[in-house]
Design a protein around this ligand. Structure first.
Ligand SMILES: Nc1ncnc2c1ncn2[C@@H]1O[C@H](COP(=O)(O)OP(=O)(O)O)[C@@H](O)[C@H]1O
Ligand SMILES: [Mg+2]
Length: 631
């Protein structure tokens, strides 16, 4: 299907969804689908829930967010459970403004945009359908038509509670256009759209002095006063403020705390009482979720100001800290790069991971535990298994600093530095060293970094540089081995067979000749020595491994190459030790002989085919590792 056909199809579908009828007909819909009368808060909550919830490591993951926001599971779980869910149940939090508080570039705007775009789509679905009084600039809830004295009866019949008063404009229309016959009032299905200003609004404060409250609550239309004879005729009023337009849906309030108090009061009465004052009219009911965002500094000074005290209790603050997991940070960069115009540049393996390590380090706080340095903490947070640490330790570490993740480097900075280094490098291929260099240079120009922080950050850059050196060496050494995984596995199986025979005091059988033989002590020692296991300690080490294997077997899991960290390290080192000289000589020679050239080409080819490099980045890697090995 080409794009024109798709457009036509889309229009058809939209046409099909349209509905218009009298209030009496609308009541029939309510009988069948009572949920269409739900509040704005409830609709938002159901939208999130309907997208699906997974349980990952005892933590809820909402699919609504998880495609777009990474590493914020805890904050999002809290947001849903402490705000959206209770608000949907008409509990008191609904009456407070939701204020997302977090560091710059931490995903607050992205989160709000997801909710807004999501709601637009949701309103086109059966479960998210919304109906309104036809022709009302505020898309007023048709149930407001039902007079107060009948609302209890309505509840008994329909099980739906009605909140809010009929607006002055619709009150007048009911009289003038429908002769007071509520059942005849026309109702239509509406579809949220920020562009068309239906149910979704954004308010961004301008200069506090010139800020006009009309932007929020609408204003008198002077050109029509003559026609209607009075300023208090609701027809002479334009209900086109952001609060009016966002009725039934969401209003985003950007930079809320930069706003004048006068402004905030309007909002607060809206959230608290569900209505606001406009022009000379009685209070106007509104049903919308107001979601604002701010950074920590602004929030602190807001809190510190005595004048704002009354406002505090009417705001619910939800922290949105930076992601603290390296792997998730990598995904953030991947996403941002995919969406940018440098998407086609080759990024060598480990580049984004190394950048992410740096970023996460800038966000972490030192632990009080002497056995946990920042690198280790970073690994633990990322879910790496480290011997001697469990989930419980990780939870404890997180509790040490509740405000962790509120400061540090933001993802946009990293992406900007990556772009800067892409532009500078002539070939469309960058590696971790390029990016680290660019990050480092950028620190000098960064406007909001203190001297101390810069020192700290420079330190992190050298720290992750060392990490990278290790990774680079390993990668090249692996690429020197023909089929690394297989060689490692074979070597380990061989070792384990020998260990088993040694511990059980049995013999091994030679696979070729079938002859019985003693365990190969020399082989076992050559592996164990790699990780410093002494002659005296070897027995205990071997027995410990056998115990581990049987523990795995009992749980029905397969013990493999990655199941025992130290053993894996020993095997790897053994494989590399055998290669050491050849890697060193081959990678660093300036004038390779034929044999060496063949090997280099073979390794480059393997780096490209199996490890995701291109020829530029593979050659750069080899050259770099050559220089490392010769230091
Ligand atoms: N946890 C995250 N998951 C996915 N993307 C993120 C995350 N944090 C930041 N980003 C990305 O970083 C950029 C800045 O985020 P933004 O939502 O504008 O932050 P804020 O409004 O908090 O300053 C966006 O491109 C956003 O997609
Ligand atoms: Mg923002």
């Amino acid at each position: 299907m080409d794009i024109l056909q798709k457009i036509a199809r889309y229009r058809e579908e939209e046409e099909k969804l349209k509905w218009e009828g009298t209030f009496a007909e609308y009541l029939k819909i309510l009988k069948e689908k009572p949920w269409v009368a739900q509040s704005a808060h409830s609709r938002v909550y159901n939208m999130i829930k309907d997208a699906g919830v997974e349980e990952v490591n005892g933590r809820k993951r909402y699919k609504f967010f998880s495609q777009h926001l990474f590493g914020l599971e805890e904050a999002l779980e809290r947001l849903v459970e402490e705000y959206f869910h209770p608000a949907a149940k008409r509990l008191d939090v609904r009456k407070r403004i939701l204020l997302l508080m977090g560091p710059v570039g931490g995903g607050k705007s992205t989160l709000v945009t997801l909710l807004k775009r999501g709601l637009e789509e949701y309103s086109k679905t059966e479960r998210g359908a919304v109906y309104a009084i036809k022709g009302c600039p505020m898309h007023e809830d048709p149930l407001h038509l039902i007079p107060h004295h009948l609302r209890d009866d309505f509840y008994k019949e329909y099980g739906i509670r009605i909140e809010g008063e009929l607006s002055p404009l619709n009150m007048m229309r009911l009289e003038k256009e429908y002769g007071g016959r509520i059942e005849d009032v026309l109702v239509e299905r509406i579809f949220f759209s920020e562009n068309r200003r239906v149910g979704i609004g954004t308010f961004s404060p301008s200069d506090p002095k010139s800020q006009d409250i009309a932007d929020l609550t609408g204003s008198i239309d002077f050109s029509t006063i003559a026609e209607y004879g009075s300023e208090s005729d609701p027809r002479a009023y334009r209900f086109d403020g952001e609060l009016n337009k966002a009725n039934r849906g969401i209003m985003e309030f950007q930079e809320m705390l930069k706003c004048d108090e006068k402004f905030l009061w309007h909002l607060l009465s809206l959230t608290q009482e569900g209505n606001f004052k406009a022009g000379r009219f009685a209070l106007i009911s509104a049903d919308e979720l107001i979601i604002a965002h701010t950074n920590e500094t602004e929030y602190r000074s807001f809190i510190a100001n005595k004048k704002n005290e009354a406002l505090h209790s009417r705001i619910i603050v939800m922290p949105i800290p930076y992601n603290l997991r390296v792997s998730e940070e990598e995904r953030i960069y991947e996403k941002m790069i995919r969406e940018s115009d440098v998407a086609d540049v080759h990024i060598a393996p480990h580049t984004l991971r190394i950048a992410a390590m740096f970023t996460i380090l800038t966000r972490l706080k030192e632990s009080k535990r002497p056995d946990v340095d920042l690198l280790k903490k970073m690994r633990l947070y990322d879910g790496e298994m480290i011997e001697g640490f469990s989930e419980v330790d990780v939870e404890e570490l997180k509790k040490e600093h509740p405000d962790e993740g509120m400061s540090g480097i933001d993802p946009r900075y990293v992406i900007n530095r990556i772009s800067a280094c892409i532009i500078r490098k002539e070939v469309p291929s960058i590696n971790a060293l390029d990016v680290l260099r660019s990050l480092k240079e950028g620190l000098d120009q960064h406007p909001s970094i203190t001297k101390e922080d810069r020192e700290r950050y420079l330190n992190f850059i050298s720290l992750v540089r060392k990490e990278y050196d290790e990774i680079a060496k390993q990668e090249v050494q692996k690429a020197f081995v023909y089929s690394y995984e297989e060689s490692a596995k074979t070597l380990m199986d061989n070792y384990l067979d020998n260990v088993e025979a040694y511990c059980n005091k049995t013999k091994l059988r030679d696979p070729l000749t079938g002859e019985e033989m003693n365990p190969d002590e020399k082989l076992m020692r050559s592996i164990e020595e790699q990780i410093g296991i002494s002659e005296n300690a070897k027995k205990a080490f071997r027995e410990e491994i056998l115990i581990r294997i049987s523990a795995y077997a009992r749980k029905g899991q397969k013990f493999d190459y990655n199941s025992h960290e130290r053993l894996r390290e020993a095997i790897q080192k053994k494989l590399f030790a055998d290669l050491k000289d050849i890697v060193k000589i081959t990678t660093s020679t300036k004038t390779p002989d034929e044999q060496q050239l063949k090997k280099i080409n073979e390794v480059v080819a393997r780096l490209i085919d199996e490890y995701g490099y291109n020829s530029t980045s593979a050659n750069e890697l080899l050259r770099y590792v050559g220089s490392l090995l010769n230091r």
